[in-house]
Design a protein around this ligand. Structure first.
Ligand code: HEM
Length: 126
């Protein structure tokens, strides 16, 4: 198995991940009902995010927290939802990739999920 080496590998990973997550019994509805996603626009943005995170390419310019705070206001996001997101993301990586970047992606996903949930909780009181 290869490591995640370039943009094409990230695109493939994101495609695999969204195929699973959008039909996931626990959290799929966020992607299909809570938000109506234009995948042609959304998937390249997510790939930009991971290219920036893993390869320090300044592609992603947004703030990943904001849409999740807005989503939480429409439909509450819990620790269990984030645990599931991380589980599916890590399983998707393990199916196809192994190596330093693959490990880094899983580690970053876990730590960003932790920070995201804390910020979402904090947003409730403001
Ligand atoms: C239960 C957990 C999560 C769910 C259900 C979820 C779902 C979504 C959805 C539906 C959007 C589109 C929002 C919109 O356009 O209004 C989105 C955007 C995004 N998500 Fe998540 N997400 C979760 C966790 C995460 C985590 C842990 C990360 C990063 C490691 C992440 C990274 C992103 C990024 C980068 C965007 C694009 C933000 C932008 O528009 O600039 N998400 N997410």
């Amino acid at each position: 198995m290869n490591d995640i080496l370039n943009r094409a590998d990230i695109d493939q990973l994101i495609l695999d991940f969204y195929k699973k997550i959008m039909v996931d019994p626990q959290i799929g509805y966020f992607f299909t009902e809570v938000v109506s996603l234009d995948l042609d626009h959304h998937l390249p943005k997510i790939a930009d995010f991971w290219e920036t995170t893993l390869f320090h390419q300044a592609k992603y310019k947004g703030n990943p927290i904001t849409p999740h705070v807005a989503m939480h206001e429409k439909s509450p996001m819990t620790q269990a939802h984030f645990d599931r997101w991380v589980e599916v993301f890590c399983q998707t990586i393990d199916k196809r990739y192994e190596g330093e970047k693959a490990e880094m992606a899983k580690q970053r996903a876990r730590s960003i999920a932790t920070v995201m949930l804390i910020k979402i909780k904090n947003s409730e009181s403001s």
